[in-house]
Design a protein. Sequence first.
Length: 155
Amino acid sequence: MIFSYVRHFFTRVKNRHSSQIVSAPHEGRTPNPEYETYSASCLRQAAEAIGKGYKNPEALRELLIWTTHKDTYPVVMKYFRQHLHDPNLLSALINIASEGEDAGDAPWTAANIIEEFPSELLAPHESSLQQLSEEGWTYLSDPAKRALAKLTRSN
């Protein structure tokens, strides 16, 4: 029931700066307490995953999935952006992105975060990024191409 409710009140739109999918509320609708309860629950769950940290593999995957929800995207991306200096996070994200399109949403959301890392951390992963850039699925290949472009600009 919640999923049909969310589908009813939200439409998926493509963010023009990445291949990240975010949800946009339909304008002109009366606030719905049922959705507000659902949204608050999502924010609590995302906060719990943040509390566990990205070093917990299950929490990392959960955090990646929370980037696809409009209400949790800002807080989860803020968390990820605070850790863009961590080579271990980058390695974990590359491993997840390398699982490919058949592994659900985590690989493409990981690819979108990978491209935000600084070039000095991306450089050791150039061959993995090259492999991702050759994927047939643009949700994986396009972010990898943008990450590789950072390496070209920094040389």
